[in-house]
Design a protein around this ligand. Structure first.
Ligand code: PLP
Length: 488
C-alpha cells in the first residue's frame, strides 16, 4: 500500500531534476523571452481551467502545462529589458534557497521551533540595519513586502506613541508616496481627515516648510501628529525626500519618522546611495524590499526598526489575552526572539535564509556592483535621450529611474500623450523591452527603471531606439490626423 502524498526517492529525483532543469533553462534564456505576455481570460480558461481533480495526473505532464501555458504568459519582471514598475531581477542562489526553505518547511514564528533560522534572520536584519546606518541593537522583521512593512510601521508608531487608536492622530506624507501607505491607513482605521498629503517641490521631494506648517496647524487645532512617512526613492521617479530636515521636524514635535525605502533603501550598499540617502539613519523605522533592488525572489520585504522592543510593544499579545497553546513556547524563551511577537504573522517561513545565502555566496562587492549598474543604466538612458533631440527629460536619472516625454515641435500636449499611450502599447506587444508610463504633473511621462544587473547599455539603447520608432510613427499619425482636420 502506498502512503498518500508521498513520492519514492526515484520519483522525487525525476521530478526535482525536471523542475531544476526548467529553472536553469529560465535563467539561461530569460533575456530571449518576450518581456510581457498577457492572455485573455477566455484563452486562460481554455488552457488551464479544470474541475476538481478526482484522478491524478502525472507531475511531468503538469510541469509541461506550467512550462507551456503559465510561465511564458506573464510579465517577466526578471528580464534584463523589463524597465516598467519596479523590476525584480532575481538570482539563482535565492531561487535555490526558496526551494530549500519550503522543502524543509521551517516554522520561523518562534525561537523554540527555529532557533538557528531565527539567528540567521537576526543576523541578516543586523546587516541591513548596519547598511542603513542604524545603531547597534536595532533590528526588525522580514515580511511579505513593502505593503506589509509600511502597515506594520504605522501600527508600531501608533502603539509606541499613543498606545491605542486615537481619532486625533495625524499621518503626514508627500504626494509622491506609494499607494500601499494609503491602503495601510485604511486597513488600520485612519480616516481621510487623519492624513495630510504634503505637496512636493520641483524635484518631487516633500516640501519641508509645508510639512512644518501642517504639523503646527494640527497641534494648534488640538490634533496629535503621529508619524511622517518620508520617501527614500519614490517609485515614480526615485526622488528622495529631505531626510535630515524631516528628521529635525519629527524630533522637534516628538513624531515618529518612518522612511519608505521599499525601492531605494537597498542603495545604501553603495557609497553613492549612502550619500544620497543621508539622514535615513535618523528614522525610527525603515521599509526595505529585498525583492526589489536586492535581487531576491518574491515575497521578501522587511521592516527595520531603531529599537526592536518597539515591535514587541506593538505586536506582543499580552497576558490578559494570551494564546494558551503558546504557553510552553513563552515559558522557554523569554530571553530569545520570537518573531511572532514582532509582527502580524504567527506561522511564517524562514525566508531570510534566501537573502543570507545569496549575500554570503556572492559577497557584498557583487551586490554593490549590481546596484551600481542600475544607476549607470538610467544615466545612460538619460544621455541617449538628450542626444536624440526628440525627447524632453521630465526627471533626470535618479536612483536607477529616468522619466521623459516626446517633445517634437508641432504637436499639442494631447496629441503627444495619445501617441505615447499607443507607443507604450506597441512596446508591450512587441516584447523586446517593457517601458511604461506614469503620471507626472498631470500628464503621462515615460519611465524606465533600470535595476537589472544583467541589463547592458546596449539593451538600453536598443530599447529606446525601438520606443523612439514607435513614438515617432504614432506622432506622425497624430500629425496626419490633425492635417485632415479629424483632431483638434
Ligand atoms: C514597491 C513599493 C511598495 C510596496 O511594496 P510591495 O513589496 O509591492 O508590497 C511601497 N513603497 C514603495 C516606495 C515601493 O516602491
Amino acid at each position: 500500500m502506498t502512503t498518500p502524498l508521498e513520492l519514492t526517492r526515484a520519483e522525487m529525483r525525476a521530478l526535482g531534476d525536471r523542475a531544476l532543469e526548467m529553472v536553469i533553462h529560465h535563467f539561461a534564456t530569460r533575456r530571449e523571452l518576450h518581456t510581457a505576455t498577457t492572455i485573455t481570460q477566455v484563452d486562460a480558461v481554455a488552457r488551464l481551467h479544470t474541475e476538481l481533480p478526482e484522478t491524478p495526473t502525472s507531475p511531468e505532464q503538469l510541469l509541461d502545462i506550467l512550462a507551456r501555458d503559465v510561465f511564458p504568459n506573464s510579465f517577466h519582471a526578471d528580464h534584463p529589458r523589463f524597465y516598467a514598475f519596479v523590476p525584480s531581477p532575481t538570482n539563482f542562489v535565492s531561487a535555490v534557497a526558496d526551494f530549500l526553505i519550503s522543502g524543509h518547511n521551517l516554522f520561523a514564528g518562534h525561537w523554540l521551533a527555529s532557533s538557528a533560522a531565527s539567528q540567521i534572520e537576526l543576523t541578516v536584519l543586523e546587516w541591513l540595519c548596519t547598511l542603513c546606518g542604524f545603531p547597534a541593537g536595532s533590528s526588525g522583521i522580514f515580511v511579505s513586502g513593502g505593503s506589509m512593512a509600511n502597515l506594520s510601521a504605522i501600527v508600531t508608531a501608533r502603539e509606541v506613541k499613543m498606545g491605542a487608536h486615537d481619532a486625533r492622530a495625524v499621518i503626514y506624507c508627500s504626494d509622491q508616496t506609494h499607494s500601499s501607505l494609503f491602503k495601510a491607513l485604511r486597513v488600520l482605521g485612519f480616516s481621510r481627515e487623519q492624513r495630510r498629503v504634503i505637496p512636493t517641490d520641483s524635484e518631487l521631494r516633500l516640501d519641508v516648510p509645508a510639512l512644518r506648517l501642517a504639523i503646527e496647524a494640527d497641534i494648534a487645532a488640538g490634533l496629535r501628529p503621529l508619524c511622517v512617512v518620508a520617501n527614500a526613492g519614490t517609485t515614480n521617479t526615485g526622488a528622495i525626500d529631505p531626510l535630515s530636515d524631516i528628521a529635525d521636524v519629527c524630533a522637534a514635535h516628538d513624531v515618529w519618522m518612518h522612511v519608505d525605502g521599499a525601492y531605494g533603501a537597498a542603495a545604501t550598499l553603495t557609497p553613492r546611495g549612502r550619500e544620497l540617502l543621508a539622514g535615513i539613519e535618523r528614522a525610527d523605522s525603515i521599509t526595505l524590499d529585498p525583492h526589489k533592488w536586492l535581487f531576491q525572489s518574491y515575497e521578501l520585504g522587511c521592516l527595520l526598526v531603531r529599537d526592536p522592543r518597539h515591535l514587541v510593544h506593538a505586536f506582543h499579545v499580552g497576558d490578559d489575552n494570551h494564546a494558551d497553546y503558546l504557553a510552553d513556547v513563552a515559558r522557554h524563551v523569554q530571553e530569545n526572539v520570537n518573531f511572532y511577537d514582532r509582527g502580524i504573522q504567527l506561522t511564517r517561513s524562514a525566508k531570510a535564509i534566501k537573502l543570507w545565502l545569496s549575500m554570503r555566496a556572492f559577497g557584498l562587492p557583487a551586490f554593490r556592483s549590481a546596484i551600481e549598474s542600475g544607476f549607470a543604466q538610467a544615466e545612460h538612458a538619460e544621455t541617449w535621450l538628450r542626444a536624440s533631440g526628440v525627447w524632453q527629460i521630465v526627471t533626470p536619472a535618479q536612483m536607477g529611474i529616468v522619466t521623459f516625454r516626446y517633445a517634437e515641435a508641432g504637436l499639442s500636449a494631447g496629441q503627444v500623450d495619445a501617441a505615447t499611450a499607443r507607443a507604450v502599447d506597441r512596446m508591450r506587444l512587441d516584447g523586446h523591452a517593457l517601458i511604461m508610463s506614469t503620471m507626472l504633473g498631470d500628464r503621462p511621462a515615460l519611465r524606465m527603471c533600470t535595476i537589472h544587473p544583467s541589463g547592458t547599455l546596449g539593451d538600453v539603447e536598443s530599447s529606446l531606439a525601438r520606443l523612439e520608432q514607435f513614438q515617432t510613427e504614432e506622432a506622425a499619425l497624430e500629425r496626419a490626423g490633425g492635417t485632415l482636420g479629424t483632431r483638434d
